[in-house]
Design a protein around this ligand. Sequence first.
Ligand SMILES: [Zn+2]
Length: 738
Amino acid sequence: MSGTHDEKARILELRRLLDRANDAYYIENDPIMSDEEFDRLLKELQELEARHPELDDPNSPTRRVGGRPIEGFRTVEHRVPMLSIDNTYNEHDLCEWYERVLRLLGEDGEGLFARDTIDFCADPKIDGVAVSLRYEKGELVLASTRGDGRRGDDITHNVRTIRTVPLHLHSDTPPNVLEVRGEAFIPNDEFIKLNEQRAARGLELFMNPRNACAGTLKSLDPRVAARRHLGFLAHGYGEMDEGFAGGHMEFIARCRSLGIPASEHLTRCTNIDEILRAVHEFDRIRHTLPYATDGMVVRVDSFDAQRRLGTTSKAPRWIIAYKYPAEQKRTKLLAVDHQVGKTGRITPRAVMEPVLLSGTIVRHATLHNYGQIVKKDIRIGDTIEVTKAGEIIPYVLGVVFELRPKNARRIRPPDRCPVCAGPIEIDPPEAVDHPELETARLCINPECPAQVREKLIWFAGRGQMDIEGLGERTIDQIRATALDPDDALRIELGVPPEVPTIPLEHFADIFTLHRYRDALLMLDRMGEKKVDNLLQGIEAAKGRGMARVLAGMGIRHVGSATARQLARLFPDIDALLAAPLWMLMPKAVNQMSREKRRELTGSEDPIPDPPETGLGALTAPIVYAYLHSKPAQDTFRRLKKVGVSLASRDFRPHTSRDSKDSLPLAGKTVVVTGAIEGYDREEIREALERLGAHASTSVSRKTDILIVGENPGSKLAKARELGVEIWDRQRLKQETGL
Ligand SMILES: [Zn+2]
């Protein structure tokens, strides 16, 4: 009994201690214990809390590292609306706003707001996400997004992980209610790291820190936010006790004394000259800050004056955001490299002489596409102008032609994929002759490492290899084992740090997953049954045959219908690869001129009874080139090596009489009526044709055999009438093995 009592006391003690240590470290920058000690005490607290669920406290320091994921977002109403702020991009507008404020306040009959008594403050405008924190009796009870200004989403689970946000206010006599509005943000180094990780995985990059932060706060799993080390700075108020503060400077000072962080660059100004000076001075230093800013927010300090100025239909009159113009710089283009995205798109990237642009040293900038390079006539050696979109992603505006050196070199787009050396395709096709029209250049190698995720998903999917249990999430989870143990995406996908790397880069890797059964079992939501079903599904897929493999490879112009048609013509991949180009497009060959036909096939005569392949004179050469490329050869070789059958299950010889005569149904005209277990209508027809039969749909005197399945139709009676041989399911199996 007393043990339990001690444990409860210990829980409360640890919570107090860890809260103090957290705030000392993150808010006061004055640590009171080592990281190791902190981790040890936190672990002790986690264990004790697990034994005492009755002592659950949503503001326990253990929630800082992320609690359980939530099911979905709850909408909450803002008691005081979170209004948006008017923006201005030039100093003239800022001066006009200033004069308007003075005029409106000067119209006050009682002369409370004399021109020289009005204080303003200027505060950094952080490129983050507006968040409202609500404290009741000193406890954080709610954190919400701005939403539409009247209603937002409850994101308390994620905001608790922001180490600088106090879970309890630092006061013995805290206000009853205090709502603090501020900006949650992702620090620059975290933003860059996050995008690097995403780029390495072929995922879409976040455009700017604001998007990254918004994405993080909208995660259901607080461990994601905990790993991204978000920050928060207060800049406004919602509901609060009467008399808490009389103006903005006082409000921020009181928030600070309660442990809530605010910007140290908040500046009091008494006139427009001081406002402009604050704006200019901040512009000089803002790029040295660890987070992104894009302007300054200027407001009237006094809450009385704010109330008097009021709000227009859109925004408050007492506050305005001044945004800095995007910086442009000149530098020299040294080279162009070529990057491949997840869809195979190849994007040219400028390699430049390093230049300081909006606070960071920039060496690379996007050139968007090869058509742009031609249109803007950009050459290596040129002096180019660069800027940053959204203050983060640099791009090339154009060339300073007066400064073009004599030896400036034209940029040659790659004619092979720079990652895998696979063949490429140009979009739109006219751009081959008119390069200025080019909007995209694509690597069409399905196993290109740059696009491997999408390709794996397609390969394993229904209609292709149809591997039960190998969906998008499982593929992502397995591939995440190659990431750093503390990678946010890895955590998001539920891959514990102790799981070793499970290779999944090539189609063939799927068929070696059975060697990693133990590792697969360690993944989130991968129980014994699920893993074994997955491995069985993979084993079964080895025998799906050539048509499914070809369709699964995602070769351009080879869908499942074309894949099946090719598999009817060729008994296996080797036969397909040995075939000359014209055999991939026999119908098109017959439409060619005699000379062209002789050139291609060696004979002027049309091909008798040409089979349909689904490929024509334009598409067949592309498919042929791909099948004979090194990447395709590698794929076939690797698949064979891991035991995947590349033999056709659809092969229907129609040239070789000999082999056909030896088949069990050779030369027989066969009709099926009713359902045959294990086959659909088309499948049974194909299966019979593989056995040499001519499958027909109606019973006549020419019919040799009628196969009767479940619920036969009128054909049975007719067959009896004509004396046709009748097979039931049993007989079919005996005779043919079907
Ligand atoms: Zn490639």
